[in-house]
Design a protein around this ligand. Structure first.
Ligand SMILES: *Cc1c(COP(=O)(O)O)cnc(C)c1O
Length: 381
């Protein structure tokens, strides 16, 4: 009998979600910025030591807020990797900004900090970094470049919740950081995200932008006697239902991370001999980067046909996926709204060779062993 399909992802619930959702219902108010939102925000603030953490309805929304906060104008350039999710670029393109895509490092698949300065022009306003797989970018070098050229640094830390760089949580290193609590991430609320503000001069305007461009937050604190439209903004906040679910996850964030790391380590150990055979490359973790096991990826050797591998694994009941198969500079949107700086050789190669293995809490050791076995056979056929 064929064994059951091992899915790529399965969402994990801590067990308190229903209780907190019921409490939110009993509170008698479901709009944003209620008690669960406050609880999540102060937790995030304490963990990251940021000036302010604001819940948003997605990481995409948090990134759009960064573009508004930085007052990105048509023609302003934002240097970023192409090997990322669309929202990193789209958030700035929405304001008329021009994403300038540069290549990634072959070891971490993060933006290559050595290519940033060559991409800077008189229109450059910011550097948007993505911590791929929860492994930090070379932030010391990147922050130094930004300081030298007067640029802002935005961290797309969608993968990076609970991961650290020299002890500091990702998302709290740049001027602004964005987390995702989408179903596919480590800590979830279905849809959801957070903006981390690490430069206090952004706090008041971030509150305004998130509340439709009004000073409603100040009104609710009793600082003004009525609220009014002040600036451009939108509705970026989640409802209390989302925050209640998220609170059940944040309470267990450390435990969730430890569980995922154990699964990640198992793959890393089991696949060592396969790497030694020259069939693939395992993830590289630079010192100072404490990752969060957001995903376990492998780079197949160039002579291996990835499509054949993925198909074989699927037939054997194991769901293995690629990632960012069309890097943004190759996508219609990226070509229309952005441009490249230099050759993106590593990006193009990685997009065709990378695979991701199933990694979710509840995945058993025997299932993981089966994933490795099935992958090995598909590589050797
Ligand atoms: C998931 C993801 C996003 C978008 O997150 P949402 O919460 O779904 O908006 C942005 N950037 C990266 C790198 C992501 O992986």
């Amino acid at each position: 009998m064929p064994s059951a399909m091992i899915p790529f992802n399965k969402l994990y619930q801590t067990g308190n979600e229903i209780d907190y959702l019921a409490k939110a219902l009993l509170n008698g108010r479901l709009a944003g910025d209620g008690p669960f939102t406050q609880r999540c925000q102060s937790w995030l603030r304490q963990q990251t030591s940021c000036c302010q953490a604001l819940l948003t309805h997605s990481c995409t929304a948090a990134l759009e807020m960064t573009a508004l906060l930085l007052n990105i104008q048509p023609g302003d350039e934002i240097i970023m990797p192409s090997y990322t999710f669309v929202s990193t670029a789209n958030a700035f393109a929405l304001r008329g900004g021009v994403p300038v895509f540069i290549d990634i490092r072959y070891d971490t698949l993060n933006i290559d900090e050595n290519l940033i300065e060559a991409a800077i022009t008189s229109r450059t306003r910011a550097i948007a970094v993505v911590h791929y797989a929860g492994v930090a970018c070379e932030m010391q070098a990147i922050l130094a470049i930004a300081k030298r050229h007067g640029l802002a640094v935005v961290e797309d830390a969608a993968h990076g919740m609970m991961a650290r760089y020299h002890g500091q949580l990702l998302g709290s290193l740049g001027d602004l950081g964005a987390y995702s609590f989408h179903d596919t991430k480590n800590i979830i609320s279905g849809e959801g995200g957070s903006l981390l503000i690490n430069d206090s001069s952004f706090v008041l305007s971030a509150e305004t932008i998130r509340q439709k461009g009004t000073n409603r937050s100040r009104f609710l604190r009793g600082e003004v006697d009525k609220y009014t439209w002040e600036t451009l903004g939108s509705s970026f906040l989640p409802s209390e239902l989302t925050a209640a679910f998220l609170w059940a996850q944040l309470e267990q964030a450390e435990w969730i991370t430890q569980q995922r790391l154990a699964l990640w380590e198992f793959y890393q150990e089991q696949l060592k001999p396969v790497e030694q055979q020259g069939l693939l490359r395992r993830p590289v973790l630079p010192s100072g980067c404490q990752h969060n096991a957001h995903l376990y990826y492998l780079l197949l050797s160039p002579e291996i046909d990835r499509q054949v591998v993925l198909e074989h694994c699927k037939q054997q009941g194991v769901s293995i996926l690629g990632h960012y198969d069309t890097p943004l500079h190759r996508s219609p949107g990226g070509q229309r709204y952005g441009r490249t700086s230099g050759q993106l050789v590593t990006t193009d190669a990685v997009a065709q060779r990378l695979i991701r293995l199933p990694l979710w809490i509840g995945l058993s050791e025997s299932e993981q062993a089966r994933v490795v076995k099935v992958l090995e056979t598909s590589l050797l056929q």
